[in-house]
Design a protein around this ligand. Structure first.
Ligand SMILES: Cc1cc2nc3c(=O)[nH]c(=O)nc-3n(C[C@H](O)[C@H](O)[C@H](O)COP(=O)(O)OP(=O)(O)OC[C@H]3O[C@@H](n4cnc5c(N)ncnc54)[C@H](O)[C@@H]3O)c2cc1C
Length: 457
């Protein structure tokens, strides 16, 4: 690494070699995966990103783009001594366009900052999830992040109206007009969204905003089984037009959250499964939600409209990730199942895991409305992949996807073939070869190494 050359581009202060700051940037959020890097390079503009990548391309230096480093498949962790390209200084918030309901923001803007910016104009950015204070727009575009509102507004790709990005050789592509109709060739924004930093570095995104509906209600619904939870959500979709979230937690996860954070259980009985539902609209939502739940004669409900109480109910779901992390680095397997197969999968997975790892504990929760379960396994060594293997094969056998929203990263690439055909993976390689022929960008992410072929590193 030519530190002086990089310092001439971004300034000496922004080539960080301090061991503590490097250490923080080379471990993933769960603590499961650790790597190393010679430096963090922190560009402050698209032009600086371009110059850094042109330099790395010329020198054949591998680069790992990094936003908030909250990713859960170790895609932002340099595991082979790559340079870390820290994009958080690209934190420009453009003016909100109230007519188009769009805004252009820098890749380093956090989701929380984007939410606050949109709220000041009576609008909302529909992508939201627990890591909102650290996760960046660039990282969420790179992973096509999902979150809690996918069932109503879709994933990040659906919010994307334009993109600015720097290709591996330093050339800039900028398509930020945000035109709803624009059939002028390949949709680069759609392609780069979900490409996990392997094809280009996102420097800015033009995103769609939705009206900030004033009436919000959140409810917890205790039910007797995961199968009942699936049915409840299917009915709520019909009965509650403003349904904006439908999340699942199980009794053991809820109990762990309560023990970890010293909280009282939210419902009077320990229901085997609890569904968290949220509805948003212009009219009051609590009655709509309560009437729908009454009509279904579910076990027990708690509905809240007051913001602090709503946040409290949400915390029982969102704090699962933090509570599980206190048990040691978990194996995080974020999967989607077809809804008719979800309950049977949830019942089968603990036995399948314990067959290969008798001491393991399995924690299930997730975005039920999208068929998305987060299978977390604790009590297994970080580098032991047997559990990952049996769970992902079970998912594939049930017709599901091995990654619902976190991506493939470096942790799941050896199983990509379970969800993608050889022809698709060949097409992926052709795209990678066309846009990053020297494999400078995230060489150890997404694409599996294939027998008889050089690894993309
Ligand atoms: C508590 C918690 C809850 C979470 N909940 C959800 C959830 O509900 N839904 C969900 O989808 N995810 C969730 N995640 C995962 C994570 O927050 C998302 O994947 C998020 O989009 C990552 O953003 P980031 O800025 O932290 O990206 P990073 O972790 O820094 O990077 C993620 C990937 O994107 C690449 N990348 C980062 N920035 C850029 C860029 N500007 N250009 C090109 N490539 C880039 C990296 O190389 C890496 O491959 C959660 C994580 C935590 C810790």
């Amino acid at each position: 690494m030519d530190r002086a050359a990089l310092a001439r581009i971004v300034g000496a202060d922004h080539v960080v070699v301090d061991p503590e700051r490097r250490a923080a940037a080379t471990v993933d959020w769960t603590g499961r995966v650790r790597g190393a890097t010679p430096a963090l390079v922190r560009p402050g503009s698209t032009a600086e990103v371009s110059a850094v990548l042109a330099h790395c391309h010329a020198e054949g230096l591998a680069v790992v783009p990094q936003g908030g480093n909250t990713g859960l498949v170790a895609g932002a962790v340099p595991q082979h001594g790559e340079l870390v390209l820290d994009l958080r200084r690209l934190d420009h918030l453009g003016p909100v366009d109230p007519l188009a309901r769009q805004v252009t923001v820098g890749a380093g803007v956090t989701l929380a900052a984007l939410h606050a910016h949109a709220a000041a104009h009576g609008l909302r950015y529909a992508v939201d999830f627990g890591a909102r204070d650290e996760a960046t727009v660039g990282g969420s575009v790179a992973t096509n992040a999902g979150g809690v509102h996918v069932l109503r507004w879709g994933t990040t790709r659906r919010q994307l109206a334009g993109i600015e990005a720097v290709l591996a050789d330093g050339r800039v592509v900028s398509h930020l007009a945000g035109l709803d109709k624009d059939n002028t060739g390949y949709d680069l924004a759609g392609l780069l969204c979900g490409s996990e930093g392997t094809l280009a570095v996102v420097t800015a995104a033009r995103v769609r905003l939705v009206p900030d509906e004033p009436e919000v209600a959140v409810g917890l619904v205790g039910v007797s089984s995961v199968a009942d939870a699936v049915v409840v959500v299917a009915h709520l979709r019909e009965l509650v037009p403003g349904l904006s979230a439908a999340e699942l937690v199980l009794a053991d996860g809820l109990d762990l959250v309560c023990r970890t954070f010293d909280r009282r259980p939210p419902l009077s009985a320990a229901w085997p499964a609890v569904v968290l539902v949220e509805a948003r609209g212009r009219e009051p939502q609590a009655e709509v939600l309560a009437d729908a739940l009454d009509a279904m004669a579910v076990g027990e409900t708690a509905v809240a409209v007051e913001p602090a109480r709503r946040a409290e109910l949400w915390s029982y779901r969102e704090d699962h990730t933090l509570a599980i992390n206190t048990l040691g680095p978990p194996h995080k397997l974020d999967v989607t199942l077809p809804l008719p197969a979800l309950a049977e999968f949830a019942a089968a997975v603990p036995d399948v895991v314990r067959e290969v790892a008798p001491d393991a504990e399995v924690w299930l929760f997730g975005h039920l409305g999208d068929g998305n379960l987060h299978v977390n396994v604790t009590g297994v060594a970080s580098d032991d992949e047997v559990v990952d293997d049996v769970v992902l094969r079970l998912v594939a056998a049930r017709g599901g996807s091995i990654s619902a929203e976190h991506g493939i990263g470096s942790l799941k690439r050896r199983w990509l073939h379970l969800s993608r055909s050889d022809v698709e993976i060949d097409a992926f390689r052709a795209i990678k070869q066309a846009l990053d022929p020297r494999s400078v960008l995230n060489p150890n992410v997404l694409l599996p190494t294939a027998p008889g072929r050089p690894a993309p590193a």
